[in-house]
Design a protein around this ligand. Structure first.
Ligand code: NDP
Length: 330
């Protein structure tokens, strides 16, 4: 049973030396537990936060211990009622090959309904993040013009498509390569898109949204947030989902210089955490599940093979190697 440990807390960009792939004994499931052989592991930007000691909404990863994360696997031994060998479960003990999981912390998933990896992405945590952040936090309504950053990623690609499906007047996305921009326009149906590396975000956004924006879904922070505030229309809403451009900073990033515009626009900026919105899960699964099945909502996954490449896959998310959800397949 190989598992990834955090050895030292990264300063700035994480380095391979901060981690180790360790050969550990396979866990024995206790009473009420199942032994799960993991098949798909999630790597997510928020994990960078858990590598630091700073107080946050989840405890930091412990040094010298196995890290955690979303995972889907097959039950190979069961000491729990309701879960049998051969069942598949979603749980939170990723970064390892085998996990002993309390049945109450495992959610049974059906590989017959949807591919197992989608329970980590389009039908899982990142999907609900897009759904809740757009519909609840940003209070999206038909006719809104919506801008989303990180638009070719797991959350962002779903935000843009949900906005389109729910009647946005215009959807604009930004991403870090010309190929990703092409994908937004040609596959996901965005009305406009730009590569933020090709020029100042504020200018590119103004050109892409000459009539301004009503909603900004922020995955990135920094220049993107400042540009969105400058393009915000009266009554505009900004949902702060993530700020990946600052996760590896060693100094606090400067704030947007144009916050006074929120007074003129009566604009609102609000952060949210997906964990507070699981009451929307049934509605999300029904509505988004139907769009995925009908092909109206498209999704991509970038799949990296092997537990030994789990760390590189995580680095890849920070670098932007992924299109759609980054998944590690075991
Ligand atoms: P993604 O699939 O979007 O992967 C991250 C992407 O971020 C990369 O592919 C890369 O794409 C982009 N990126 C990296 N560095 C920068 C940079 N400096 N500037 C702009 N873009 C950058 O990840 P997720 O969809 O899982 O997460 C998206 C955001 O949502 C993250 O900020 C994450 O922390 C946040 N999040 C928040 C949740 C919440 O509850 N609030 C829950 C889940 C996610 P590119 O090539 O375009 O640069």
């Amino acid at each position: 049973n190989r598992e990834w440990h955090l050895l030292s807390r990264p300063v700035g960009w994480p380095k391979p030396e901060d981690f180790a792939l360790v050969d550990a004994e396979a866990p024995t499931p206790g009473e009420g537990q199942v032994l799960v052989r993991n098949k798909y592991l999630s790597v997510d930007p928020y994990m960078r936060g858990r590598m630091s000691a700073a107080k946050s909404y989840v405890a930091p990863f412990e040094l010298g211990k196995v890290m955690q994360g979303g995972a889907v696997g097959e039950v190979v031994a069961s000491n729990a009622e309701g879960l049998a060998v051969g069942d598949h479960v979603l749980h939170f003990f990723g970064w390892r090959e085998y996990a002993a999981v309390d049945a109450k912390n495992a959610v049974k998933v059906d590989p017959g309904t949807a591919p197992l990896s989608t329970y980590l992405g389009v039908l899982g945590m990142t999907g609900l993040t897009a759904y809740a952040g757009l519909l609840r936090t940003a209070a999206f309504k038909e006719g809104d013009s919506v801008f989303v950053s990180g638009a070719a990623g797991a959350v962002g690609s779903q935000v843009g498509q949900i906005a389109k499906l729910k009647g946005a007047s215009r959807v604009i996305g930004s991403a870090g390569s010309d190929e990703k921009v092409k994908l937004l326009l040609e596959e996901y149906g965005f009305d406009a898109a730009f590569n933020y590396k090709n020029g100042p975000v504020s200018e590119q956004l103004r050109a892409a949204a000459p009539d301004g924006i009503d909603v900004y879904f922020d995955n990135v922070g920094g220049d993107h947030l400042e540009a969105a505030i400058s393009s915000l229309n009266r009554g505009g809403r900004i949902a702060v989902c993530g700020m990946i451009s600052v996760y590896n900073n060693t100094e606090p990033a400067p704030g947007p210089k144009n916050l006074a515009r929120l007074i003129q626009t009566r604009g609102r900026i609000e952060g949210f955490l997906v964990g507070d919105h699981y009451d929307l899960q049934p509605q999300f699964v029904e509505e988004v599940g139907a769009w995925v099945r009908s092909g109206e909502l498209k999704y991509r996954e970038t799949v990296v093979e092997g537990i030994e490449n789990n760390l590189e896959a995580f680095f890849g998310v920070l670098r932007g190697d992924n299109v759609g959800k980054m998944i590690v397949a075991l």
